[in-house]
Design a protein around this ligand. Structure first.
Ligand code: F6P
Length: 506
């Protein structure tokens, strides 16, 4: 008989946690909680030893995993069953990288081939000289491509990609300033092909091409969507519509044709490596036993901090400029997936859901927000991301200082420092986890992203929530539409006054 989850959560909450210092006094801790995986992009070290994970806590979390059917949910995810129960569909992002239901894998391969054909046609000059792509999308249709392009094209791109998401015209104007209409193509990326921001920006981009002397602006547009018929109706020729399956969620879609700008920028081969890096993590997640599974371990630590230590936020600092957009990407992945207040069967969730994910780049953040991490009253678990091989050709001293600062922060958070002067004392016992990858390349980036997808999934599974819907974003959108249509009447006095003050009323 499996235990009731409530009793297990209670056991976790009432467990006595030794300090990190005491945990390190136990021989073998580093071997137990630090694992290096040999991955297609080179090894990645996952060091969770400076967290409060220890056997008694893990044993409870493992029983929770059993009680909440983690293994069965993982099987449903990978085999393409309708794990997204509130929307009655599967969540088949792993099939995009070759790990999933055979029919879905075959479909994804065919759609990737179609994308490859278009990417290569553009590279070969079939669309004339193409120097730039303006990629228009928002949320999951933008954050993944923006991260990947920023991370992987610092040395130059085969086509310069400008990712535009915001409806604020300043964003699109900035992209226009960097492009010549004669040598620019536009990607309209939207799973639904209805998102207001994206469709408004796309229409303005067409105007810009037209005004810039392009005779057939629609002929310069590629549509990336799970609603191909809508894209055709909007005016994109079927040959330039790159579909993807409805069962791929928006924030999990960069592996599908939403990744077109990545392939255009780094070449399709690079994109295939990106998929292979992710697939290697899929296999680890599926095959590694629970106590050596780095994905499950990370999720266990996350739950330990939100549920037992009641941490409301978690921070992620990339000690690598190329990963500056990683925290932004994770915010959508984690907060849109697990920021829920009911369980998958609609019952109130009686415990904290996702923490607030936030972060930035090291060493910048050290000089801005780390004060609170070291001496504030909150406990904030931190992830550090570092890459061994630098992304630049300057004096190696830059990288040496970067990495030494990264590791110094984790050490300082854990060790603290006593002082008779309270203002100068550091409490220590503050947790962190560190990723150290050998090299940042498409496969490494793919692995890091897939790791976080599954980490998020495991947390959701243990909390019993559905990570694949996002109804919480709908209400605000609907109200904005009402206002734009001029029929949103009778809001609260503050909102009415704001609308009037901004000139949006009569
Ligand atoms: O508003 C939230 C959301 O639905 C995200 O989940 C999604 O990634 C984004 O909007 C964009 O949606 P679409 O790709 O359909 O334009």
């Amino acid at each position: 008989m499996t235990d009731a989850p409530a009793a297990l959560w209670n056991a976790l909450e009432t467990l006595e946690f030794p300090t990190l210092g005491a945990l390190f006094a136990v021989p073998g801790r580093l071997d137990r909680y630090c694992t290096t995986l040999d991955l297609p992009g080179g090894p990645i070290r996952f060091d969770w030893s400076k967290t409060h994970l220890f056997p008694a806590a893990e044993a409870i979390l493992a029983r929770l995993a059993e009680a909440q059917g983690l293994a069965e949910k993982r099987r449903q995810l990978i085999e393409g069953e309708a794990i997204n129960n509130t929307e009655g569909r599967a969540a088949e992002h792993t099939a995009q990288r070759g790990v999933g239901a055979p029919a879905s894998v075959v479909e994804a391969e065919a759609l990737h081939e179609r994308m490859q054909g278009l990417v290569e046609a553009i590279h070969e000059g079939l669309f004339g000289e193409v120097r730039s792509l303006i990629h228009i999308g928002i949320g999951g249709s933008a954050l993944g491509p923006a991260l990947a392009i920023d991370a992987l094209t610092r040395d130059g791109a085969r086509v310069a990609v400008h990712v535009v998401s915001n409806i604020d015209g300043c964003a699109l104007e900035a992209a226009f300033r960097g492009c010549d209409p004669a040598t620019t193509m536009i990607a309209v990326a939207s799973k639904t092909f209805t998102t207001t921001e994206t469709m408004t920006n796309a229409a303005s981009a067409l105007d810009w091409l037209r005004e810039g002397g392009v005779d057939d602006p629609y002929g310069r547009v590629v549509a990336l969507t799970a609603s191909p018929e809508k894209a055709v109706e909007w005016g994109v020729d079927d040959t330039r519509v790159l579909p993807f399956s409805e069962s791929v969620g928006g924030r999990y879609s960069l592996w599908s044709s939403i990744g077109f700008p990545i392939a255009l920028a780094i070449g399709f081969e690079g994109f295939a490596e990106f998929l292979a890096g992710a697939a290697a993590i899929d296999h680890h997640f599926i095959e590694a036993p629970i106590d050596s599974n780095v994905v499950v371990r990370a999720a266990f630590a996350d739950l330990l901090y939100t549920q037992a230590f009641k941490c409301q936020t978690r921070a992620v600092f990339a000690y690598d400029e190329r990963l500056a957009l990683f925290p932004d990407y994770l915010q959508q992945l984690e907060m849109e997936s697990n920021g829920k207040r009911v369980t998958a069967d609609g019952q109130p969730l009686t415990r904290p859901s996702a923490p607030v994910t936030w972060g930035g780049v090291g060493t910048d953040a050290q000089h801005a927000v780390f004060q609170l991490l070291h001496q504030g009253t909150h406990m904030i678990p931190v992830d550090f991301l570092a890459i061994k091989i630098p992304g630049h050709d300057l004096d190696p001293l830059h990288h040496q200082i970067l990495l030494s600062n990264c590791f110094a922060q984790g050490a300082a958070l854990m060790a603290g420092k006593a002082s008779d002067d309270g203002a100068r004392a550091y409490p220590g016992n503050r947790p962190s986890a560190t990723f150290l990858a050998e090299d940042l390349n498409p496969a490494t980036l793919g692995a890091l992203i897939a790791f976080h997808e599954h980490r998020t999934f495991v947390s959701a599974a243990l909390l019993g929530i559905n990570p694949f819907d996002q109804f919480g974003v709908e209400l605000g959108k609907a109200i904005a539409k009402q206002i734009d249509a001029g029929d949103g009447e009778g809001f609260d006095p503050s909102t009415e006054a704001l609308l009037a003050a901004a000139g949006l009323r009569g």
